[in-house]
Design a protein around this ligand. Structure first.
Ligand SMILES: Nc1ncnc2c1ncn2[C@@H]1O[C@H](COP(=O)(O)OP(=O)(O)OP(=O)(O)O)[C@@H](O)[C@H]1O
Ligand SMILES: [Mg+2]
Length: 367
């Protein structure tokens, strides 16, 4: 099913600081990705509601990163920071306002229709809520086999056989192909979603909160299944998750987002052992276990989460910083670049709060 790429889709991938988190060749390279949604403000004029000025909600703003072949790239950050939107842009469910996505070195926006079909098969997704993402009126055989019946020329019998194999692979049984989604537990339903994502032999799967809707007791089983499948098929994942323990367990590299902008990024263990930015430290301290014997020094950020509508043009984090630094710092009107921390595979935005003072560093021994 490989497609001959168009000549003009092979433009060289621009270098981007902070993107060298991949220890192997990159399968996906995101460069300067931007999604701004126009938001109409309603105003009342002589007692009537009319559409006023259009503002811009900057969901994703100049995001660049690499995902290595067979590795997991994590995206973390508080609710609304643009993680799912980044995933939707990669899945072509949303059109970016600017920026490029390169898959195996080819610019996805310049692919031929056959190239785009190949891309859509190669990049799949598993979402948070398996209940919402499975059609309740379809049997598992149809749900898992649907991508095969749309994209391939396989016969019904061949599809049925393949679905059986996929179900066995994700820890279900072949006979369950005749069941409806309501005949499964939550964890089993997520296994069906994973089997469907695997049907077209993808190279990259976007996992958007794949275990957070599940009971704690089965989260580890699904994570282990995902890790096993990654090893087996050399799959790359983008893992979007709130749970930092999940990210630390699964991700080779991790990026921390705030208000649509990557604030810090690096090889996962380096990032967790040596978080630099005040925001990363605050995020990690909030995730510390609440055990009475543990001194839980949570780093509380002042102020409210800034609205993504018309955010500051320069450093988006400045209004949340607990440091008393002149807000007119050098990147007040332009986005601060990512700079390397030491010689490691570790990058952080160049602002006064990018290197947290000792009293704002998360206490490692408490983890
Ligand atoms: N279609 C849309 N139109 C307008 N705004 C949108 C649209 N989709 C998302 N947004 C906004 O973009 C911002 C980023 O949303 P996104 O869903 O990417 O956040 P997230 O990081 O995935 O959050 P969560 O952790 O809660 O899932 C939010 O402010 C959201 O309201
Ligand atoms: Mg989301």
């Amino acid at each position: 099913m490989t497609t001959k790429p168009e000549e003009n889709s092979k433009s060289p991938v621009p270098e981007a600081p902070g993107c060298n988190t991949a220890s192997k060749d990159a399968i996906l390279q995101v460069r300067g990705l931007r999604k701004w949604y126009p938001v109409n403000k309603a105003v009342t004029f002589f007692g009537r509601d009319i559409i006023g000025k259009t503002d811009l909600l900057k969901a994703v703003d100049d995001v660049s990163f690499d995902v290595a072949i067979g590795e997991t790239f994590g995206l973390v950050g508080e609710s609304g920071c643009g993680k799912t939107t980044t995933g939707k842009l990669i899945l072509q469910l949303e059109k970016p306002n600017a920026g490029n996505i390169f898959f195996e070195g080819e610019d996805v926006s310049k692919l031929s229709s056959a190239g785009m079909r190949n891309y859509r098969s190669s990049v799949q997704a598993v979402f948070q809520d398996p209940w919402a993402s499975l059609n309740p009126r379809m049997r598992v055989n149809e749900i898992v086999g649907e991508p095969l019946s749309i994209v391939t020329t396989m016969t019904k019998e061949q599809i049925r056989k393949k679905v059986g194999e996929l179900l066995e692979e994700v820890g279900l049984n072949e006979y369950q192909a005749n069941f409806f989604p309501h005949e499964f537990s939550g964890g089993q339903r997520q296994r069906i979603g994973i089997a469907r994502a695997l049907a077209l032999n993808p190279k990259l799967i976007i996992l958007d909160e794949p275990v957070s809707a599940l009971d704690v007791s089965i989260r580890a089983q699904i994570m282990n299944l995902l890790v096993d499948l990654q090893d087996e098929h050399n799959l790359a994942y983008i893992l979007i998750a709130h749970n930092l323990a999940t990210v630390r367990y699964m991700c080779h590299a991790t990026a921390v987002m705030y208000l649509g902008v990557i604030q810090e990024m690096g090889e996962t263990e380096e990032l967790f052992n040596n978080p630099q930015h005040i925001y990363t430290n605050a995020l990690m301290s909030a995730a510390l276990p609440s055990h009475p014997d543990i001194d839980r020094d949570e780093i509380v950020l002042p102020g409210e989460v800034v609205s993504p509508i018309n955010p500051p043009p320069g450093d988006v984090f400045q209004s949340r910083s607990p440091l008393d630094v002149d807000p007119k710092h050098k990147y007040a009107s332009t986005r601060p670049p990512l700079v390397q921390v030491g010689k490691k595979d570790h990058w952080v935005v160049d602002t006064p709060w990018s290197i947290a003072p000792e009293n704002m560093k998360v206490k490692l021994e408490a983890r």
